[in-house]
Design a protein around this ligand. Structure first.
Ligand code: NAD
Length: 295
């Protein structure tokens, strides 16, 4: 069992840290939100006054932060962790951020003798709570193997995508495809409904036909068609439109840098930005259906 410091106890980080405690690790936590810290302390975690203090004596540091600027602040600022962690510490960043930001942190970590991997996740809040996340890692193979037993305390599928930044690239590709599938599924259901078809019947037909996909199978965007999904609780909880819009922005920026064409991804980005701009940023991303079926 390891001595782990976990920084960033939001929708994802809190249940991930709780699962590390359940797996028997010694966990010290830190977040800017006191209530988030208190909830983990109540479950058996230790805490400290700052991220830097929380990381003292840690064999492994894990971060789960909103975006690249938060990751840079925690690791690279004058008071950041890279300056204070002893050589040999394992550092895992599970935030979804730009691959080049991850590579930059990895390079600066290497200069200080720290073993860094990017390890963004798929599986959402449900997967974080159930300990069934998919981890998509980028970094050196031996660092990945060191991280694997710790990641297994929080996830089910642990992939090594390639060198530093590769985890972020794979994660961005996955979320771009997911956004396209969710928008396309919403569009098809709305077209059928405009013809008088029952969305539940149409969903079942498409699930058994060549249009079947993850959104139809497990995350139907039409309210009432599927129990237990955000669409059936007014799009509360789940994966926020704002976060999907952020990830599509990462895909777009990456495509520009690499001179890759992403016409479908760009369209999906515009749809989710439009939806967020209409005041739906805090709803689950399957609420994109509302663009096609205003209430
Ligand atoms: P969140 O906004 O709920 O939580 C982020 C936490 O980080 C907050 O508690 C915030 O107080 C804390 N924080 C920010 N700056 C900090 C700092 N300097 N020091 C300490 N704590 C700090 O976000 P989330 O939904 O948990 O997502 C985290 C990351 O995981 C994001 O990059 C997101 O894109 C990715 N992700 C989210 C989901 C999801 O379904 N929510 C799924 C997969 C991946």
């Amino acid at each position: 069992m390891a001595n782990i410091t976990f920084i960033g106890l939001g929708n994802m980080g809190a249940p991930m840290a709780a699962n590390l405690l359940k797996a028997g690790h010694e966990v010290t936590v830190f977040d800017l939100s006191e209530s988030a810290v208190e909830a983990l302390v109540a479950e058996g975690a230790r805490t400290a006054d700052s991220g830097k203090a929380a990381a003292e004596g840690a064999e492994c540091v894990i971060t789960m932060l909103p975006a690249g600027k938060h990751v840079e602040a925690v690791y690279l600022s004058d008071d950041g962790l890279l300056a204070s962690l002893p050589a040999g510490t394992l550092v895992i960043d599970s935030s979804t951020i730009a691959p080049e930001t991850s590579r930059n942190v990895a390079e600066q970590a290497a200069v200080r003798g720290l073993a860094f991997i990017d390890a963004p996740v798929s599986g959402g809040v449900g997967g974080a709570k159930a300990g069934t996340l998919t981890f998509i890692c980028g970094g050196e193979a031996d660092t990945f193997e060191k991280a694997r037993p710790i990641l297994e305390g929080m996830g089910k599928n642990i992939f090594h995508a390639g060198p530093h930044g590769a985890g972020q690239v794979a994660k961005i590709c996955n979320n771009m495809l997911l956004a396209i599938l969710m928008a396309g599924t919403s569009e098809a259901l709305a077209l059928g409904a405009s013809n008088g078809l029952d969305p539940a019947v149409l969903s079942e037909i498409m699930k058994q036909s060549s249009g079947g996909n993850w959104a139809l199978n497990v995350y139907n965007p039409w309210p009432g068609v599927m129990e237990g999904v955000p669409a059936s609780r007014d799009y509360q909880g789940g994966f926020l439109v704002n976060l999907m819009a952020k990830d599509l922005g990462l895909a777009f920026d990456n495509a520009v840098t690499n001179q890759a064409s992403i016409p479908m991804g760009s369209l999906a980005r515009n749809l989710f930005q439009l939806h967020a701009g209409q005041g739906h940023g805090e709803l689950d991303f399957s609420s994109i259906l509302r663009l096609y079926k205003p209430e």
